[in-house]
Write a protein that binds this ligand. Sequence first.
Ligand SMILES: CC(C)(COP(=O)(O)OP(=O)(O)OC[C@H]1O[C@@H](n2cnc3c(N)ncnc32)[C@H](O)[C@@H]1OP(=O)(O)O)[C@@H](O)C(=O)NCCC(=O)NCCS
Length: 228
Amino acid sequence: MPPETPRPENFEELRFRPSEPRIATTAELKRVKLGRHAEIGPRCVLREVTVGDFSYFERGGEAVYTSIGKFCSIAANVRINALAHPMERLTTHKISYRPNEYFRWLPVDQSVIDRRKDDAVTIGHDVWIGHAVVIMPGVFIGNGAVIGAGAVVTRDVAPFTVVAGVPAQPIKPRFAEPIATRIAALAWWDWPPETLYDAIPDMQALPIEAFLDKWEGRQPFLPSTTTK
Ligand SMILES: CC(C)(COP(=O)(O)OP(=O)(O)OC[C@H]1O[C@@H](n2cnc3c(N)ncnc32)[C@H](O)[C@@H]1OP(=O)(O)O)[C@@H](O)C(=O)NCCC(=O)NCCS
């Protein structure tokens, strides 16, 4: 900064980039809530979805009736909540539940919509979802889980578990149990931006145990009421 430039009152805030969500112009969003720094890539289609702070969708992602925590990384072409058609009826085609698209006077069948809403998907914090994963209705994915590329997730995924395959099966824990428990208790995803800023060099440099040893002792953190 040149010496003649007056120091702005909010000088400290210059560490932070604007926190507004970034939405690609080709993305289609209906009834979506986006957190700070959330990012929605090109050609994503999201309906009735909540996306937590810092979580991002790469290109071509789709989600409906889904709640996503903070710091989730969602690779390209992921489909979250592949909705069910009514298999018990004469036809699975939407003519039975969206007849309004073809005929006048026949309304949408609300029972099918309600059934889908009841089968929402919930995804925790810091979940990494690999390329082209499909997540089926009603699934719950715990904090810190990893879903391998190409998986079809039909059952709940436990926190800090790596799953892969069709149907997805656990292939290993992401961390040994005591480490996972300590990370869950740290709940770093709730830290305010000031704390995250200070912790990033340690995230890069320290092995996970040393990171926990150092940062577990630092609470309480700054209040998380900041709007940055
Ligand atoms: C799941 C994943 C994270 C595991 O990585 P890893 O810890 O290095 O695992 P490994 O390569 O040691 O594989 C462990 C086992 O799981 C299997 N495996 C790994 N990924 C798999 C996948 N996506 N589907 C099916 N099986 C898989 C391996 O074949 C191996 O099996 P084996 O023990 O019988 O040989 C990784 O394979 C993956 O899928 N990453 C997603 C990449 C991606 O989509 N990136 C997009 C950009 S965000």
